[in-house]
Design a protein around this ligand. Sequence first.
Ligand code: UD1
Ligand code: MG
Length: 452
Amino acid sequence: MTERQLACIILAAGKGTRMKSDLPKVLHPLGGLPMVRHVLAAATALDPAHIVVVVGPGMENVAQAVAPHATVVQENQLGTGDAVKAALPLLDGFAGDVLVLYGDTPLITVATLRAMVDSRNGDSDPAVVVMGMRPAEPGAYGRLIQGADGGLEKIVEFLDASEAERAVGLCNAGFMAFDGARMPGLIAAIGNDNAKGEFYLTDAVAVARGQGHACAVVEGPVEDALGVNSRAELAGIEKIFQRRLRLAAMANGATLLDPDTVWFAADTVLGRDVTVGQNVVFGPGVVVEDGVEIRAFSHLEGVVVRRRAIIGPFARLRPGSDVGEDAHVGNFVELKNTVLGAGAKANHLTYLGDSDIGAASNIGAGTITCNYDGYLKHRTVIGRDVFVGSNSTLVAPVTLGDGAFTAAATIVTRDVPDDALVISRADEVVKEGWAARYRIAKAALKARARKG
Ligand code: UD1
Ligand code: MG
């Protein structure tokens, strides 16, 4: 088998009316990433020489989401055959294999696509290879009609199919692989004399057979071909996708205490021997290094958590944060755009925003960085081995030098030198017996009020 070049055409011009959305369907996120980017990722894994995405008029945001890959606008949605035709000028003279994918079927796997390309390069030299599947309920899928030798004769769309054809269980998943050299001739010969009056890409099979070329079917999992037409279908696909991510995380050496309750983003990276507790949510852009423990009900997004750190329970790590090795971030602690040094601890009820915290510093319960003055954000810089007492208020911009110490409940507004103590509080007064006298006086008042 010779290595041939590959091109991928991704169809994404459909309006997605049933999503009832201002956002094009293929930009709705799956695992935090636009649907079409999942299809692109599967295509890219095959190392194609060209990728062309077919979009509808006004879908500049789709073009942006798939950049730097090329897009072409299909002016009128006259069917899948017409959509592919719109892409062909960008593949002029290309004689390798051409895979056609759908932008709204994000669960497609590299293994299935590879099997189709391999079949294209088989001995029978098929002009077209179609992915077939056998769903429990074939419903309105196109049906694959095979000849006596098992070769593919034609695809009939459900609306155009006879009773006998509708009884066929082998369905068209939608993905097709073409011989690039013969493809333009096949596409040009497709007509629109059918129930929908559309140019069906699926007719390329009957056209090829009419020209004496072989066509083939590669059967694959139904899951790979599940498409999104509504938000409910998207939610169903997200469930399947999350299951795949959980299995992959565990296969790579992470422990998930209750896998069904952990929510991943498509790009979440977990190291070895990471333990994730119940009900943990990973937004986009999270990297967790080896040996980290993330306890229940924590929410992480856009953050790096370094080796052996302990997060949560109930921690919130927001974008731009970096939690150092062996650091601890405890319950009801929020980090935003904050670097927490190695071995530093912020264990209780704290907000650390736009701050740099040195190694081994201890941030007491209730510490707040006042990073926003109503107009601008400012940084708080805390050195190494600093002890920030409970309920400290750090008004940024402000710096606490190495080894500094803030007394509990201090409001820090000016920079503190290394190894200094900063304390700001009213003088403490203790009045002996005051509480007992207060209770007696108040009880007497209450008794009098009741009588009167
Ligand atoms: C298509 C197949 C059907 C198969 C099914 C699998 C055809 C004629 N039929 O039907 O055999 O069982 O997929 O899901 O191909 N698109 C464009 N421009 C168009 C029309 C469609 O870009 O003018 C895009 C859509 O955005 C979508 C994809 O092509 O991503 C498939 O179109 P869709 O309308 O969903 O085709 P089906 O009717 O589902
Ligand atoms: Mg469809």
